[in-house]
Write a protein that binds this ligand. Structure first.
Ligand code: PMV
Length: 348
């Protein structure tokens, strides 16, 4: 009798990518990666072990916010420090990080990791994407693999799906792919450059979210009758968003990003029992955004698996937006664009 084929695992993916690469760590290596915000969201996996998504997604990487990670080889067990705090071996972040490090661990090696989220205040932003992207870059340097960005994107995805997008600047599309082994599921940078696009972080609650996006995603896919409409929604939104980016059409970008975020939250609200992240404060904030828009301001928002809001607007409206909402503005990271002495962005 033949046994059923073993499912392809994260360890298999790592073996395939690192085949023939050095596995003796150097002394220490430091790397960073940007935070990314999805305008068309990743919501739902077709493979949980490999973090393979049901749909593609499209994000922007931020200029001023990133994670910097230093990794060194040492003795077991791992010593992990996050934002100046030593993680206890049993706590969820430590378990998740050590499980990821296990994928690359030579026998008997423990890792010393120090990771700092360079986020100005408690921004209430998910740091797992920039965190796993910075970590895989640091490991690439530590072992001297010299992997291309595409392979690093695949490996970062094994830590957290959205991390595969944090390997790139500017506009980034994560192509869902079809292959069972996930080798065609990675992010690419889109060629568009839009230096006037701005993101405003409106932090309503910086506390840790009660339900991880992993759990909420699984629960939504399994129980929400609205999830069936999600893949088609994403396909249309992606096509429209690529066009809006190409034409630098801010009003269109806002409409698509808002519609997509609200559609994602609608799939969650229809789950049984519902998974609801927005709070009363979130709804009040959304009403203020709608009011500002009806008064003529070109402003919109996106939201992730949490109560906080990311405002979307153009540099020409920055002063008005900051005055109205008291938020901190972040630019999208286009390294080919350097700020001119007058503060405006100039393509170099
Ligand atoms: O990569 P994860 O498991 O943290 O999921 C991210 C999910 C969203 O932030 C809600 C959407 C996205 O595309 O980033």
């Amino acid at each position: 009798m033949t046994s059923p084929a073993q499912p392809y695992s994260a360890a298999d993916a790592v073996r395939q990518i690192l085949d023939g690469r050095p596995m003796t760590p150097g002394s220490a290596f430091r790397a960073s990666a940007p935070v990314n915000i999805a305008l068309v969201k990743y919501w739902g996996k077709r493979d949980e072990a490999l973090n393979l998504p049901v749909t593609s997604s499209l994000s922007v990487s931020l200029a001023d916010l990133d994670t910097e990670t230093e990794i060194a080889a040492g003795s077991c067990p791992d010593s992990l420090m996050l934002d100046g705090r030593v993680l206890e071996p049993g706590e969820p972040d430590a378990r998740r990080l050590s499980a990821f490090l296990d994928l690359f661990r030579p026998p008997g090696v423990g890792f010393r990791m120090k990771s700092v989220n360079r986020v100005p205040t408690a921004a209430g932003l998910a740091s797992s994407a920039s965190g796993f992207a910075a970590l895989i870059r640091a490991l690439d340097g530590l072992f001297g693999w010299g992997l291309p960005a595409r392979e690093l994107s695949i490996l970062a995805r094994l830590g957290s799906g959205s991390a595969c997008r944090s390997l790139f600047d500017g506009f980034v599309e994560w192509r869902a792919g079809h292959a069972k082994d996930g080798m065609d599921s990675y992010a690419i940078r889109l060629p568009a450059v839009w230096p006037e696009l701005r993101i405003g972080l409106w932090i309503l609650d910086a506390a840790r979210k009660p339900m991880s996006s992993r759990d909420a995603m699984r629960h939504t896919v399994q129980t929400s009758p609205l999830y069936r409409a999600w893949p088609e929604t994403v396909e249309t939104d992606l096509r429209d968003l690529r066009g809006a980016i190409h034409r630098k059409d801010i009003e269109r970008l806002i409409r698509i990003a808002e519609g997509n975020a609200l559609a994602m939250h609608a799939t969650m609200a229809a789950a049984r029992p519902p998974a609801i992240y927005p709070t009363a404060e979130t709804h009040q904030a959304l009403a203020r955004i709608r009011k500002a828009r009806s008064d003529g301001l070109r402003i919109g928002f996106t939201m992730d698996a949490g109560p906080n809001i990311k405002l979307l607007f153009a540099e020409s409206d920055r002063e008005t937006v900051e005055r109205l909402f008291g938020i901190r503005t972040i630019a999208v990271g286009f390294p080919e664009v350097r700020p001119a002495p007058d503060g405006k962005a100039n393509p170099s």
